[in-house]
Design a protein around this ligand. Structure first.
Ligand SMILES: NC(=O)c1ccc[n+]([C@@H]2O[C@H](COP(=O)([O-])OP(=O)(O)OC[C@H]3O[C@@H](n4cnc5c(N)ncnc54)[C@H](O)[C@@H]3O)[C@@H](O)[C@H]2O)c1
Length: 429
């Protein structure tokens, strides 16, 4: 028989302690006892010592946290409100890889008791929770969803590197399998989210809301990338065009750029997968994905064309790439489009040095066989400003010039040096 949970007897577990799971576990640990579970023993060891292996959470945020970090799944039985925040990547065919999600579901299912809740935070396609995860939870636990345990989905909006939009101060969307679940899940999240809770009408609606947030962003950036290619042919600067258009009240302020990481460039494929399964061919979403995915090849081609026009021979030229993480202010290089750009440049026989004060050098070597240089050495025929890390934004033209072998090219992917680059052949998206 199921005894309804109350906020007083809630013990939380978080499965998957990465960029999303760890901040959630730490936030909840101020209100409830928390079991923090992850399959990666090395990561657990670091967290036990007050260190975030992803480098996002500071040591002080671990202080006084009522949380037991463990790689032992048996500890999950202590909890009655389970949150799942494991990765949801795509495979080499850009199909959803539900491996980690289903494996975590099995782990949680084995720990499930009557009265428990399971809330999924991992981004996935609409209907995945009810069609894939719930049957697995029921099968493994021998319990029945609705009668014995409750389920919810609450998409995560954490933005790594962003200290302004945090778990606490961004509205949290929650959903549940019935009205009772929705109320209780809202109450639990309401304990840590100050900005307020949005109660979605169903689990599918909450899943769809998350996936379209990122799909919309991906498509808007793709549109800017396409506009940038058109502006290039028109021989006008895209950022000047955007500045002028941005004076209209309803013009959306997106800019061209590289879409990497494991959210914006990945999540649309979860939606297109489900869309195709339902018989709709999502042409616009996939066109945007195609445009964004070809940007490293486009930028490298433009770089080489411009260098050759300056009389440089690629095989004898050196290029400096500033920034290699998937976005500014983070160490994460997973699915970094700059790393792809570096590989493209190397394929043209250019010698490429990569400098990044934050990048995870080990992952960069493992994933892309790219070595990080501590700092620029000598002079370069082209300098690529690829990621807007703060130290790069603070560079002045004199510093950039000291690294240049003139005539030299400045490729300013984000258009940040448009008004301050002098002496270089300048190109931006
Ligand atoms: N990082 C973001 O910006 C962000 C933002 C919103 C939503 N999301 C979504 O949140 C989910 C998690 O993303 P993330 O960035 O935190 O991932 P991550 O790679 O940083 O962390 C995932 C953690 O889960 C662990 N893990 C993997 N399989 C496991 C298993 N079977 N059991 C237990 N632990 C397991 C890994 O060891 C790792 O510590 C994904 O669905 C992602 O799309 C991410």
């Amino acid at each position: 028989m199921r005894t309804p949970l109350t906020l007083q007897n809630t013990i939380l577990s978080v499965t998957g302690l990465g960029y999303v799971g760890l901040p959630i576990a730490l936030a909840f640990s101020r209100k409830f006892p928390v079991v923090g579970f992850d399959i990666h023993e090395g990561r657990i060891e670091k967290m036990q010592n007050g260190e975030d292996p992803s480098g996002e959470v500071t040591a002080s945020e671990f202080e006084g946290a009522n949380i037991e970090f463990t790689a032992n799944p048996a500890f999950l039985r202590k909890a009655n409100f389970h949150i799942v925040a494991v990765p949801t990547p795509i495979d080499v065919h850009t199909m959803p890889d539900l491996g980690p999600l289903l494996s975590a579901t099995i782990t949680v299912g084995k720990a499930l008791k009557p009265g428990d809740y399971v809330v999924f935070e991992s981004t996935t396609y609409p209907a995945c929770t009810e069609e894939e995860c719930v049957p697995l939870l029921e099968q493994v636990s021998g319990l029945t969803m609705g009668k014995d345990f409750k389920v919810g989905f609450s998409p995560e909006r954490i933005n790594p590197g962003d200290k302004e939009h945090t778990l606490k101060n961004v509205i949290k969307v929650v959903s549940g399998n019935d009205a009772e679940a929705l109320e209780f899940i809202s109450a639990v999240y309401g304990c840590i989210v100050e900005a307020g809770i949005y109660k979605a009408s169903s689990i599918k609606v909450a899943e769809a809301a998350k996936i379209i947030e990122n799909t919309q962003r991906d498509l808007n950036i793709a549109l800017m990338n396409e506009i940038s290619m058109i502006c290039d042919r028109l021989k006008i600067n895209t950022f000047e065009v955007l500045e002028a258009a941005g004076t209209k009240w309803n013009f959306l302020k997106f800019t061209p750029g590289l879409v990497g990481g494991h959210c914006i460039g990945v999540d649309p494929y979860y939606l297109t997968y489900k869309s195709k399964a339902l018989g709709h061919d999502p042409k616009i979403i996939l066109a945007g994905r195609y445009t964004n995915d070809q940007m490293p090849a486009y930028i490298s081609k433009k770089t080489v064309q411009k260098m050759v026009k300056q009389g440089k021979s690629p095989a004898d030229s050196r290029v400096l790439v500033l920034g290699v993480t998937f976005k500014e202010g983070v160490s994460d290089v997973r699915n970094s489009k700059v790393a792809e750009l570096v590989q493209e440049l190397k394929a043209y026989s250019l010698q490429v040095d990569v400098v990044d004060p934050y990048a995870d050098a080990e992952a960069l070597h493992e994933d892309y066989q790219i070595e990080l240089s501590k700092e620029p050495t000598g002079t370069y025929d082209a300098i690529l400003l690829a990621v807007s890390h703060k130290p790069f934004m603070e560079l002045d033209n004199e510093k950039l010039k000291s690294w240049a072998n003139f005539p030299a090219l400045l490729v300013d992917i984000k258009g940040q040096f448009r008004k301050k680059a002098e002496g270089f052949e300048y190109w931006s998206l």
